[in-house]
Design a binder for this molecule. Structure first.
Ligand code: SF4
Length: 78
């Protein structure tokens, strides 16, 4: 089984202030938090073990900045 990964593209991310903290708000186990980087608040995962693999952050990010691997069945193509 491939390892679960939260991959975040900092260049694509528009920052939590701009998007309204979508990835944090959509996460059922509430494991996304933000840190300041290059003048924007960007997400990181506090405990990947708790990830429910619903791909909500990936699928709802308006900037397409998040990729969760392994991919969702019938989900986005990579
Ligand atoms: S990754 Fe997407 S949803 Fe999360 S803060 Fe950045 S733009 Fe917003």
């Amino acid at each position: 089984m491939s390892e679960l990964q939260f991959i975040h593209d900092v260049d694509k991310c528009i920052g939590a202030d701009e998007c309204g903290e979508i990835c944090e708000r959509i996460c059922p186990p509430d494991i996304i938090e933000y840190k300041e980087e290059d003048g924007k608040r960007i997400p990181y995962v506090t405990d990947i073990e708790l990830c429910m693999k619903d791909h909500g952050c990936q699928n709802n990010c308006p900037a397409g900045a998040i990729t969760i691997l392994p991919p969702q069945e019938d989900g986005r193509d990579y």
